[in-house]
Design a binder for this molecule. Structure first.
Ligand code: TXA
Ligand code: MG
Length: 378
């Protein structure tokens, strides 16, 4: 199959492919999705085959407006409606009880369905013109980082899908927040750019958090409720080690109530320094024998000066993710940087860890997954 690249002017053609049961990758504000007709079992089967993804992993159905949700679900609880009104179009996926028209093939056999209205004009028009809910997992091969540019999709899926609708690089760079609204209490299944704080404000109560997001392990019998979160995910080919500051975590828990912003800034410098020092130590000790040109350090703009001299001297690759004080700049670059590491044949990635506040929770969730939970506490 010859995979075509579509631009804005080809939306109608892309919509026709979806209607005819074919697959077209589409841009969103989070990551690129792999689209097919969400009401067609056969399209669902093709999506799983193209991604090389296990078919028990349910798909998100993308709609172009809230009204399109009603035929797909048993009912829309008041609070779910409030969330849609507050955050759609935007990076929030809601899980509700599905109606009969949604095939079990799209939901991995579950009686619930994931729904999202993406904040991308091109894709909203695509969905509208196709006139169907568009099933769309992230448009990567199963096991590699989600695509944040059309070229990533092409790299993973060319020859496997009919087309890619190219709308440049995405903004956010990590997948949507998933909130389960099918249970008594709203439960966060995957952190994203709509933060716990955002959800709490609209719901009037803090959602439950799936225990696996808080470090509870599958080995100990905790199974994530979003089936996709149990697979090895977002993983670069390199071994990745995350260096996290314990003090940062502790003081974060305290700071929210107690401390002024000035204290935080000076303390911030302190743990940044400790993490950088530990990374340098690791290179001299545990990582001594590792070929230097195959090592990458992932760091923040604010801390790159800690490594610059050593990196230049030894030929270690330094990659700046973004600014520590602008976590969205880091989510934006994370997956692209991990893909770059793969392409450059990097064998070892040493990465700084960051604050888990706000969107930092999503950033660190993806970083921990990329590192396969190899975390060194500093
Ligand atoms: O930002 C996003 O959400 C992107 C863009 C393309 O919209 N999509 C995305 O899809 O990340 P995917 O398939 O890579 O991740 C969907 C996640 C999986 O972890 C899946 O298990 C979970 O959503 N999920 C889907 N339906 C579910 C359901 N009914 N119950 C629980 N989890 C569900
Ligand atoms: Mg995915």
């Amino acid at each position: 199959m010859n995979t075509r690249i579509f631009s804005k002017k080809d939306i109608e053609e892309a919509a026709q492919i979806l209607k005819a049961g074919g697959l077209v990758a589409f841009p969103t504000e989070t990551v690129y999705g792999l689209g097919g007709n969400g009401l067609d079992k056969e399209a669902a089967r093709k999506i799983y085959a193209a991604k090389g993804r296990p078919s028990d992993n349910p798909l998100i159905l993308h709609v172009s407006k809230m009204e399109e949700v009603y035929p797909l679900v048993e009912s829309v609880p008041e609070k779910a409606k409030l969330l849609m009104e507050s955050f759609w179009p935007g990076p929030l996926t809601l899980i509700l009880k599905k109606s009969k028209i949604v095939p079990l093939e799209s939901t991995g056999g579950l009686d619930t369905v994931a729904l999202r209205c993406p904040d991308n004009g091109v894709t909203l028009e695509l969905i509208e013109r196709a006139g169907l809910p568009v099933a769309g997992p992230s448009a990567n091969l199963s096991g590699s980082p989600s695509p944040t540019e059309a070229s990533h999709v092409y790299h993973d899926l060319s020859g496997r899908i009919e087309g890619i609708l190219d709308d440049g690089a995405v903004g956010i760079g990590v997948e949507s927040t998933i909130l389960d609204m099918s249970t008594d209490r709203p439960t966060l299944l995957r952190p994203g750019a709509i933060t716990l704080e955002d959800l709490t404000e609209v719901l009037g109560e803090k959602p439950e958090i799936d225990p696996t997001l808080l470090g509870k392990k599958m080995e100990d019998g905790f199974i994530p409720k979003a089936p996709g979160m149990k697979y090895r995910h977002y993983a670069p080919k390199a071994e990745m080690i995350l260096f996290c500051s314990l003090e940062e975590k502790e003081s974060e828990d305290k700071t929210s109530e107690k401390k002024g912003s000035e204290d935080r800034i000076s303390e911030g410098k302190e743990y940044e320094y400790k993490v950088s020092k530990r990374i340098a130590e690791y290179l001299e000790e545990e990582g001594k024998g590792f070929p230097r040109e195959k090592i990458a350090i992932l760091c923040a703009e604010e801390t790159k000066h800690f490594y610059q001299e050593m990196a230049e001297k030894e030929g270690i690759i330094l990659k700046v993710l973004g600014r520590r004080d602008e976590p969205l700049s880091m989510t934006h670059n994370l997956f692209r940087t991990l893909r770059e590491c793969d392409e450059e044949g990097i064998g070892l990635i040493l990465s700084e860890g960051y604050s888990e506040e706000g969107i930092g929770f999503a950033l660190m969730n993806r970083m921990k997954k990329a590192a396969g939970q190899k975390i060194i506490a500093v």
